[in-house]
Design a binder for this molecule. Structure first.
Ligand code: PBG
Length: 359
């Protein structure tokens, strides 16, 4: 990397370059992080738009090749030195963290999914046979389980495109399901007719959280390292660590309907995970918790969070999760395999997302 891109140089020099996807949601979330970093660093931050495979291709998410479609190009830009920091939606990140890059997770938004329906309808009041749009097998399976009579329709596109399918002048659907967090960041929560209970629709692992990523080599005793420490939100870090461990241990492909929801409450980390049959006719749920000693060092807590996710995943496997959903079971957990760079093995790599719907 060039000296001019090296963070921590005196203020007033070159701005820190923050790589982002170009969608409205991505630039909104990146803009928020950019302002935070400017405050923390006392240095200007400029957005560098990077087009990703997920932005260019328009096929169904199942045919996109799964993992990392929204992430790989951003990481390449970071590795090449075209940007200094990148912002991702955490749920779009593959669970295997590549060598040489480090992420930090600021405080997450509400992780739940939101129903956006015409005429104020809710999951309960949708008419029989209503058409509900989502590109996410996880959302589809759980909605179908709650309402076996509704028809799930596979949709893609950015937030406004998807909302228009239910709420626009040419609407062809009764409702769509989106992440509440995305709508909130865009200031569009007025279209939400129901925030779906996580017990009814378990959110995607990492949903509602952002990952801010930098080259590990830039995080020595630098100003950027200090900013990363300030951005880190412990309950978010532990929650997403546990949720993503479920996904990694299940080796869930992106067509696998897997939900996971963790939170820190009363001094413990609580986790619930769900594996559903794609058609919603069957689902398995398992919950567990682990105490968090307040004085434990971050490493110990991270390990406890990871172990909780593995334990819950193994309980689901013991209950027959692999029978319900297309999981690749038996292989070593990919997080432990440094060679499992998800961006070089798109077909079978563990996924970090269940719904690259293009937001
Ligand atoms: N590429 C899909 C994606 N990735 C992150 C979000 C929402 C925001 C979040 O979960 O942080 C979305 C849109 C959606 O699921 O509706």
């Amino acid at each position: 990397m060039s000296t001019s891109s090296s963070p921590g140089t005196s203020p007033g020099t070159a701005p820190l370059r923050l790589g982002t996807r170009g969608s409205a949601l991505a630039t909104t979330q990146s803009g928020t992080v950019a302002r935070r970093l400017e405050e923390l660093l006392g240095r200007p931050v400029e957005l560098v738009r990077i087009r990703t495979e997920g932005d260019v291709k328009t096929g169904s998410l199942a045919t996109l090749g799964g993992t990392g479609v929204f992430v790989t190009a951003l990481r390449e830009a970071l590795a090449d030195g075209r940007c200094d920091v990148a912002v991702h939606s955490l749920k779009d990140l593959p669970t295997a963290q590549p060598d040489g890059l480090t992420i930090v997770t600021p405080e997450r938004e509400d992780p739940r999914d939101a129903l956006c329906a015409r005429d104020g309808l809710t999951l309960e009041t949708l008419p029989r046979g209503a058409r509900v749009g989502t590109g996410s097998p996880r959302r589809a399976a759980q909605i179908q389980a709650a309402r076996p009579d509704v028809e799930l329709v596979d949709i893609r596109g950015n937030v406004e495109t998807r909302l228009a399918r239910a709420l626009g002048p040419d609407a062809d659907l009764d409702a769509v399901v989106l992440a509440y967090a995305g709508l909130s960041r865009l200031g569009r929560t007025e279209v939400v007719t129901e925030v779906l209970d996580a017990k009814v629709v378990a959110p995607a692992p990492g949903q509602g959280a952002l990952a801010v990523e930098a080259r590990t080599g830039d995080l020595g005793a630098s100003a950027l390292a200090g900013a990363f420490t300030a951005l880190d939100h412990r309950p978010t870090r532990l929650s997403v660590r546990a949720e993503r461990a479920v996904l990694a241990r299940l080796e869930a492909g992106c067509a696998a309907p897997v939900g996971a929801h963790a939170r820190v409450e009363a001094g413990e980390l609580q986790l619930t995970a769900v594996v559903a049959r794609v058609d919603g006719t069957e689902q398995l749920t398992h919950s567990a918790a682990t105490p968090l000693a307040a004085d434990a060092d971050p490493r110990t807590q991270d390990d406890a969070a990871h172990a909780l996710g593995v334990r819950v995943a193994e309980a689901l496997l013991a209950d027959g999760a692999a029978r319900l959903a297309p999981l690749t079971v038996g292989a070593a957990p990919a997080e432990l395999d440094p060679a499992a760079r998800a961006d070089v093995a798109p077909l079978r790599a563990p996924t970090g997302t269940d719904d690259p719907e293009g937001a």
